[in-house]
Design a protein around this ligand. Structure first.
Ligand code: ATP
Ligand code: MG
Length: 400
């Protein structure tokens, strides 16, 4: 079937009162960016619904991408016809025919916002119901959970028919909650953390620490690939590569082994916070999960967090690894994340990091370092690139 539009129903927007317009505009912008590979699509955003006029674009290719846009409750591919009973009937029968198999049940739900239309909803239900029964002998009407659920809407500009409602991603449109810096490693947890922050409307920028030549080109590419997996949820994501080699070498040289990890993390957090400030972010997001490793005990978090008062959002902090993996699989970051490339933490990881670092000691060891200079030099070498929705992603309709 050649669908003429996809009708989108908003998610939690309905509770946002005065901000509603802001939310709808942001959602429209996000949809446009996510569907950039389909320039013919026109977006009409009303108060209650958004209509994507396909203008010949393939709905089967569009829908898997649309399912990644936050702020959408669900959507239905629809066909628009003139408001004439004969045309409506013809398309209704064609839609049922496409799906009908012996023994199936159906239901017609008519709605109309054009009250001048010749039939009311009851009349339409009856007319179309009878036509279906006459055409498909043996088909039964059923109000609860019918196999074929045909919706007909009579609007001012035409009649819209659809048979399918697909679940959207829920959440809030990315950008409506402000911006945050995601500390993105190449692991399982941080991409999930980024996904969950975006789900609640946070626009993220990915901050990745790389320590060449100790970390490889592949490890860096993996972090970019993970970012690309997250891009369809946002349209595009800025990827910020932070040079971290000198800092790690200095720490290794001057700090006792047990404190490498704590002090390394403090540098990461300081740098992320300064980048956040430069780039007008409000918060930092990371993939810490309580108790997972030495750096993620509460005493460790306290010692690391001491370098900033900026709120740190830790979306997976209370999740079990299995729960995090489940989401990673859903968003297709898991397979990438388990590729075995050393990242900067594994290489400089001491055999026995302190799980209860003492702040006095941390501060004393940092006295030995040129903290300001190390940070300055690192910031001077930032590399920033925009990671867009991958071509593969846009062309590959793997849901249908
Ligand atoms: P992940 O699976 O996200 O790598 P992890 O379980 O390996 O997490 P750690 O390596 O202790 O845990 O990292 C904790 C958090 O610190 C990560 O989730 C991430 O937010 C941040 N982080 C660690 N390494 C880096 C890095 N190289 N670049 C940016 N952020 C990092
Ligand atoms: Mg890691």
């Amino acid at each position: 079937m050649n669908y003429s539009e996809i009708m989108v129903r908003y998610g939690e927007l309905s509770t946002k009162g005065k901000n509603r317009r802001v939310f709808i505009n942001q959602l429209a912008q996000n949809v446009k960016r996510t569907l950039a590979a389909f320039p013919d699509i026109k977006i009409h955003a009303d108060r209650d619904r958004m209509h994507l006029l396909l203008n010949g674009s393939d709905s089967q290719a569009v829908m898997p991408l649309l399912q990644k846009v936050f702020g959408i409750q669900n959507f239905s591919p629809s066909i628009r016809v003139e408001k004439e009973l004969e045309s409506i009937k013809e398309i209704a029968l064609a839609l049922v025919k496409e799906r009908y198999q012996t023994g199936m049940t159906f239901k017609i739900t008519a709605k109309r916002s054009d009250h001048n239309f010749e039939l009311d909803t009851h009349g339409l239900n009856l007319l179309l119901g009878n036509a279906v029964v006459d055409t498909f002998p043996g088909i039964q009407a059923q109000m609860r959970k019918p196999d074929i659920d045909l919706r007909v809407e009579i609007r001012l500009d035409g009649a819209y028919l659809s048979c399918e409602t697909l679940k959207g991603a829920g959440g809030l449109p990315v950008g409506t909650s402000g911006r945050g810096m995601l500390m993105l490693s190449g692991g399982i947890d941080s991409p999930v953390a980024g996904y969950l922050a975006m789900k609640r409307g946070v626009e993220i920028e990915a901050v990745h620490f790389a320590s060449p030549p100790y970390t490889s080109e592949q490890a860096l590419q993996k972090a970019k690939d993970l970012t690309e997996k997250l891009a369809p949820y946002a349209g595009s994501i800025q990827f910020i590569e932070v040079p971290f080699t000198e800092i790690q070498e200095e720490i290794k040289k001057s700090v006792p082994e047990g404190y490498w990890m704590t002090i390394t993390r403090r540098f990461m957090l300081r740098l992320t916070d300064l980048i956040r400030e430069q780039r007008k972010g409000l918060v930092i997001i990371n993939g810490e999960s309580l108790g997972q490793v030495a750096s993620q005990t509460l005493p460790s978090m306290v010692a690391i967090n001491e370098v900033t008062a900026t709120p740190i959002i830790r979306p997976v902090v209370t999740m079990d690894k299995t729960e995090i993996i489940e989401i990673a699989e859903e968003i297709d970051t898991f397979q990438l994340a388990i590729q075995p490339f050393e990242d900067c933490c594994t290489i400089f990881a001491p055999p026995q990091p302190k799980t209860r670092p003492k702040l006095e000691k941390v501060l004393a060891y940092e006295e030995r370092l040129d903290v300001v200079g190390m940070i300055e030099r690192s910031l001077a070498g930032l590399k920033i690139e925009e990671v867009k929705v991958g071509k593969k992603e846009a062309e590959f309709a793997d849901f249908f």
